[in-house]
Design a protein. Structure first.
Length: 129
């Protein structure tokens, strides 16, 4: 399975300063893997996995999902304003991934499908049949 972000990118894109220090590297790797798997669940309806390349839009969505998983792992109060901000960001990321799966949003992604150009033959229509 492909991890779409690194631990450093997770901290830069989604976590408040110092939040990463409360989780060890193994926990962060598990969270990133889970968030990437969530993205794959939507991406596989449109792309051939594994993806070969992706840009900041997919990284941001995965980071937003992983950020919420980090807060849950730390044990943040689900009624707090911080939690609601992360939950809204995660929900928006999932909504964008759903739009991608429905072909309504087009991120810059290269999948591993082999593209074969097939020649097209054109002829005049038959008459009299």
């Amino acid at each position: 399975m492909t991890a779409y972000i690194t631990q450093a990118e997770l901290e830069d894109l989604a976590l408040p300063p110092g939040a990463q220090g409360t989780l060890d590297a193994g926990a962060l790797a598990t969270i990133i893997e889970r968030a990437s798997a969530d993205a794959d669940a939507h991406l596989r309806t449109r792309y051939v996995l594994p993806l070969l390349s992706w840009e900041s839009d997919l990284k941001g969505w995965v980071a937003d999902i992983a950020g919420l998983y980090c807060l849950r792992r730390i044990g943040t109060n689900p009624e707090s304003q911080d939690y609601k901000v992360f939950k809204d960001a995660s929900d928006a990321a999932v909504a964008n991934l759903i739009l991608v799966s429905k072909r309504l949003l087009h991120p810059n992604i290269a999948d591993s499908a082999k593209r074969v150009r097939v020649p097209r033959a054109a002829s005049k229509p038959l008459r009299g049949w």
